[in-house]
Write a protein that binds this ligand. Structure first.
Ligand SMILES: *[C@@H]1O[C@H](CO)[C@@H](O)[C@H](O)[C@H]1NC(C)=O
Ligand SMILES: *[C@@H]1O[C@H](CO)[C@@H](O)[C@H](O)[C@H]1NC(C)=O
Ligand SMILES: *[C@@H]1O[C@H](CO)[C@@H](O)[C@H](O)[C@H]1NC(C)=O
Ligand SMILES: *[C@@H]1O[C@H](CO)[C@@H](O)[C@H](O)[C@H]1NC(C)=O
Length: 819
């Protein structure tokens, strides 16, 4: 039953890497999110907040955060406004005890790992208490105008069995009807892993030292799911990874498990006293079929998200998995339906004679009531509780806790894969269900190891049995790269609450106007939250939600077919209407960039040169390179002068972004000017009088750039230099889809000196004072010059006439680059 670990991984990997690559349609830096008012960040007092656990309370409009020595209550409206806090540090004597045990100072703090709504007025919070776990009740809510957030001192009690000792120890818990279900290591030395239930009267758990039940588990998630309308049939599901138990530790492979118990399990009377009488588990499979039927398994569960449904019996379960081998590291998201989970638990039990034998389906007689079922009316009502179960049943469940059939994912494969070599680490997942015009979609929010949240939809095509991933947005939620440790969705507020070591951020789920104001912009975005309403791209509400807005909405998430959907709504393409126009001046034999950066990273950029009456596509060669920033002439010639058109193609939709007229200035004329500059420069201090022009011929493809061409230096000093490239985005090692060829390595670093003032006058730009300032600020000082590598300066528009309105989607907000 533990499927054969694949041997020819390389073949499978080949198959994986040929899967579609994932580029976000839109990438937003932290600064951009900030400037768009789309995010707020709560950082607390120190350099690192270290949130351990978060709890959403939509009723009280608060987000509770358990951190190191402190509990926070944050506003859902704005996490960094009017927060409340409770200091709950370990006492001096506790810390001393902890240090005496040989622990380090940072470990000897109270890390709050467990936080639940206990009842309508109180939370239950448990912390590691410097390796001496404690729990307490926290009063929340209002009394009149006063917001309450207080720790009830008299409620502090031991947290043993309810909180790990070590803050790095894995733990998962859920609280249901006053009972805490928890998976954790219960002891100081982390020898005793257990799945437990605690309430006033009882403590029920898995067997101690039973490697068949739990073998070095890592606890990931837990949830209570009803089976039917009989609450006595409610089951508690635990998600965890553990090591295989084959052949006495020879097989060290890690597997992902789903385990379950009856919520009302009271254990046995004579045997299994205070032990689960219903604990069963099986394997969760998330794999990709390779050639020759050999699968690549993603066996390490990283995170799990249970998407609640109107039908509370059938939530959908999303697992984020990883696999690590000598060959590659990859991630996958698999979706499971409860039907399949239940079918596995209702199927055959796994059996093996001895640990070195293979697992087989158990063929013998299964006692009654079926082991793993609950004492409930639905199951015949013959037993008022698990204490009445026959010994035979208890013995069986004790010896056969594993099911033979694993749980297979929906469509029998991941809905999302990330297998690029050196790809980013994926750490967290949260999912929103969104109603669109053509059906409902799951919007996946995936946290990465470097502070980014990816917003993805996956579309299943029944006819071809294929899954399309659409990476809608890539959001850099925190300024500094740290792993995302938590993602919570508030559907009510349409916000995401994201935790990482440095703080808690909130991010709006959608920002439709960002896609642009035209029908095609909105349609191509394929964001199920957004639709074109005839004027702009705005939030889509299904019919009936807002009866007022009866305007016809255009949206096509499934296909993004703008050609069909927006036909006749825009005049575009050949007419060049709506496209920006620009003049660029290049110096003969120098490099020149005709900048054109589509907002969408999924658009393919095409360049044409107008040769009346026809036009010709610019193919690119060793002298003329198509980069993700635009068309780069490494050495411009006078024959290159002309009108260039920048077009994008996305989903078959052609969009003209820009018409650039390139003028090429004779090298001799400019050369003479430069010569003069050199002479003058000697006189009064070269540094002041001369601008150093860094002709940087190595911008490299930077798919991370969404910057507005006009705000770039290129726009300010047309045709003279390449602007400093923006700091490459996290995936910039990959050429963007718009890159048709990689840049050749630059030649010997050509750096020339130009007397800007005169030069700009020459090309008709007269405001010399501004030029001087500009020159001074940007290029004149060596120190500043280094800075400009990372920071844009105030843009100066030269020779540009914007043909588009203010809703131009390709116009990012003006900004200095985040650093
Ligand atoms: C962000 O909010 C500020 C005020 O809170 C406002 O001045 C600014 O225009 C907003 N920016 C955007 C892009 O909406
Ligand atoms: C909630 O629990 C606390 C602590 O046990 C208790 O003091 C309080 O009365 C309870 N509140 C309600 C509404 O039951
Ligand atoms: C736990 O015990 C307290 C008193 O000891 C009682 O008030 C409370 O109702 C009990 N809770 C449960 C869930 O049984
Ligand atoms: C740029 O132009 C100047 C003057 O024509 C010339 O001296 C210089 O070599 C050119 N730079 C490059 C990289 O061709």
């Amino acid at each position: 039953m533990e499927c054969v670990k694949n041997v020819s991984l390389i073949l499978s990997v080949f198959l994986l890497s040929s899967a579609q690559s994932v580029y976000p349609r839109i990438r937003l830096s932290h600064k951009e999110l900030w400037d768009l008012n789309r995010t707020w960040v709560f950082q607390g007092p120190g350099p690192s907040l270290q949130p351990q656990t978060m709890l959403l309370d939509e009723a009280h409009e608060r987000l509770y955060v358990g951190a190191k020595n402190i509990l926070y209550s944050l506003s859902l409206e704005r996490v960094n406004h009017q927060h409340r806090e409770i200091d709950w540090a370990s006492s001096v004597s506790q810390v001393e005890d902890c240090l005496m045990k040989g622990r380090e100072k940072p470990e000897c703090a109270n890390y709050i790992k467990v936080l639940h709504r206990y009842n309508t007025t109180h939370l239950l919070a448990c912390g590691t208490g410097a390796f001496n776990p404690h729990c307490a009740k926290i009063r929340v809510g209002h009394t009149g105008q006063v917001r309450q957030f207080e720790l009830e001192e008299q409620s502090i009690e031991s947290g043993r069995g309810r909180c790990p000792y070590d803050h790095n120890s894995p733990v998962t818990s859920t609280l249901d009807r006053g009972e805490l279900y928890i998976g954790l290591y219960t002891d100081y030395w982390e020898n005793d892993a257990a799945l437990c239930r605690l309430n006033n009267q009882s403590y029920t758990r898995t067997e101690r030292d039973d490697r068949q039940q739990l073998n070095e588990p890592k606890f990931i998630g837990s949830v209570v799911i009803p089976d039917n309308n009989d609450r006595d049939d409610d089951k508690v599901y635990f998600f965890f990874t553990e090591r295989g138990t084959d052949a006495e530790g020879v097989n060290k492979a890690v597997y992902t498990r789903v385990g379950r118990v009856c919520a009302n399990d009271q254990g046995g009377q004579r045997m299994l006293v205070n032990r689960w009488s219903s604990f069963l588990k099986t394997r969760l499979i998330c794999s990709v079929a390779g050639p020759n039927g050999i699968d690549t398994h993603f066996d390490e569960l990283e995170d799990v998200f249970v998407l609640k449904n109107k039908d509370e019996k059938n939530p959908e379960i999303f697992g984020l998995f990883s696999t690590t081998s000598a060959v590659f590291q990859g991630y996958a998201v698999c979706v499971y339906h409860m039907d399949d989970v239940r079918a596995a638990f209702n199927g055959q039990f796994a059996h093996r004679e001895r640990p070195e034998h293979h697992w087989t389906p158990y063929e013998g007689r299964v006692p009654y009531p079926r082991p793993g079922s609950c004492a409930s009316e639905v199951n015949g009502g013959g037993f008022s509780g698990s204490k009445e179960f026959p010994d035979e049943v208890l013995r069986f469940v004790r010896s056969h806790p594993i099911m033979f059939s694993p749980v297979l994912p929906l469509h029998r494969r991941p809905v999302l894969l990330q297998t690029e070599p050196g790809g980013r680490r994926l750490t967290q997942i949260a999912v929103d269900r969104v109603q669109a015009q053509d059906g409902h979609y799951h919007v996946l929010y995936i946290g990465t190891g470097d502070s980014v949240v990816l917003k993805v939809i996956t579309i299943y095509n029944k006819d071809t049995d294929t899954i399309e991933e659409v990476l809608l947005e890539e959001l850099q939620v925190f300024k500094v790269p740290f792993p995302i440790t938590e993602i919570i969705i508030s559907a009510k507020r349409q916000q995401l609450y994201v935790g990482s070591e440095v703080g808690v951020a909130q991010v709006r789920l959608h920002q439709c106007d960002l896609y642009g104001s035209e029908c095609a912009d909105c349609c191509l975005a394929r964001d199920p939250y957004c639709a074109w309403d005839g004027i702009t791209c705005s939030r889509y509400y299904p019919a009936g939600v807002y009866t007022k807005s009866r305007r016809f909405r255009r949206q096509d998430v499934r296909h993004g077919n703008a050609v069909q959907l927006c036909n006749g709504l825009q005049i575009d393409g050949e007419q060049y209407q709506g496209a920006a126009e620009r003049q660029v001046y290049g110096v003969e034999s120098n490099s020149t960039l005709l900048e054109c950066t589509p907002r969408s990273l999924q658009a393919r950029v095409m360049w044409y040169i107008q040769r009346d009456p026809d036009r010709e596509e610019v193919g690119g060669d060793e002298r003329v390179v198509i980069t993700t920033h635009g068309l780069l002439f490494l050495r411009v010639r006078s024959g290159d002068a002309g009108v260039y058109v920048c077009q994008t193609v996305e989903h078959g939709y052609v969009h003209t972004l820009l018409r650039v007229t390139l003028h090429v200035l004779g090298g001799q004329k400019v050369g003479a000017l430069i010569h003069r500059t050199g002479e003058e420069g000697e006189g009064e201090g070269e540094k002041k009088a001369t601008c150093h022009l860094p002709i940087d011929t190595s911008p490299g493809p930077h798919p991370g750039s969404n910057s507005d061409p006009s705000s770039r230096l290129q726009g300010a000093l047309p045709g003279l230099s390449l602007a400093p490239a923006p700091a490459p985005g996290p995936t910039s090692r990959l050429p963007g889809p718009g890159t048709t060829s990689r840049l050749p390595a630059p030649g010997p670093g050509p750096s020339s000196q130009l007397w800007y003032k005169e030069f700009l006058q020459l090309i008709g730009y007269g405001d010399s004072q501004q030029v001087e300032e500009y020159c001074e600020r940007v290029w004149c000082s060596g120190k500043r010059r280094r800075k400009t590598k990372r920071r844009y300066t105030q843009p100066m528009e030269v020779g540009e006439r914007k043909g588009r309105g203010k809703g131009d989607p390709h116009r990012a907000p003006r900004h200095t680059l985040d650093n």
